[in-house]
Design a protein around this ligand. Structure first.
Ligand code: ZN
Ligand code: ZN
Length: 276
């Protein structure tokens, strides 16, 4: 088991809304969805539009049990859920986790509201025979799969959001999206979640020069991601939640600027697989 790497697969890296077309071909247009696995144990972080392709791949691989952790339930992080094949496959056990609405709404209530007419043809009851909902409090450490620990913490985002750190076999990956930083401040919750991490996936929606215009929207910048990674001793930084208006060449330009300041930085793209 000690040689088994922690594997990260990006199924969706875009923020806000899926995009398609020639301008987005290299980095991809699907919204937030990341698969993290260690051997046969696997989990999914967020259910954006990338979850559709993830579901097809999981079905093909014959995966019988899947945990999906939601950072929060804005559309770009859940729009793939109603189209996730395992939801309708009685032979697959699906465990859905959330904590951002702790004390206000359970995961079961959340999915019941989201998957229901008139927004969707069928209600969540139609697909609940194999669906198990779990609630947690941000700050909890969870052990969903054998050998995998998931640490959680509250991020700064309208309506609440959860940052995750997944640890297995001495390796770690953190997902910090969506979150808004305060100029000149390094969020202690984020620093804790990304401490010495092998990979940090960070909300890089805006540029620092755009922050004044988008103050209160709940997002951050690649520049802040680098500051946090350097302070926390994190090894690599995946720029994530690309603004839907950014073309491939603009994302590449951002990636070059980020790499000049932090050699472990790169722009996440759909389909990218990393062994940590
Ligand atoms: Zn988002
Ligand atoms: Zn959001």
């Amino acid at each position: 088991m000690s040689e088994v790497p922690l594997k990260v697969q990006f199924w969706g890296v875009r923020g806000s809304i899926p995009v398609s077309g020639a301008d987005y071909a290299r980095f991809g247009g699907n919204t937030a969805c990341i698969e993290v696995s260690c051997g046969d144990e696997r989990l999914i972080l967020d259910g954006g539009s990338g979850l559709y392709q993830a579901g097809r791949a999981l079905k093909k691989a014959g995966v019988a049990e899947i945990d999906v952790f939601l950072t929060h339930c804005h559309y770009d992080h859940v729009i793939g859920l109603p189209f996730f094949h395992p939801l309708y496959d009685p032979s697959t056990k699906l465990i859905l986790w959330s904590g951002h609405t702790h004390g206000r709404m359970t995961t079961r209530e959340l999915i019941g509201q989201f998957i229901s007419p008139p927004w969707f043809p069928v209600s969540a009851e139609y697909c609940t025979s194999n669906l198990h909902c779990r609630d947690f409090v941000p700050g909890d450490a969870l052990a969903p799969r054998a050998g995998m620990v998931v640490r959680t913490g509250s991020l700064s985002h309208p309506g609440g959001c959860v940052g995750y750190r997944v640890e297995a076999n001495g390796k770690s990956v953190a997902l910090i999206s969506d979150t808004e930083h305060v100029a000149g401040v390094l969020d202690p919750v984020v620093l804790d979640l990304i401490a010495d991490a092998d990979l940090v996936i960070y909300d890089s929606t805006y540029l620092e020069s755009e922050m004044e215009r988008y103050r209160g929207f709940g997002h951050s910048t690649w520049e802040q991601g680098i500051k946090l990674c350097k302070a926390a001793g994190a090894k690599r930084l995946a720029l994530f939640h690309h603004d839907p208006s950014r073309t491939d060449s603009q994302v590449e330009e951002i990636e070059r600027a980020a790499q000049a300041r932090f050699s472990g930085a790169f722009a996440a793209r759909d389909g990218l697989i990393l062994d940590l």
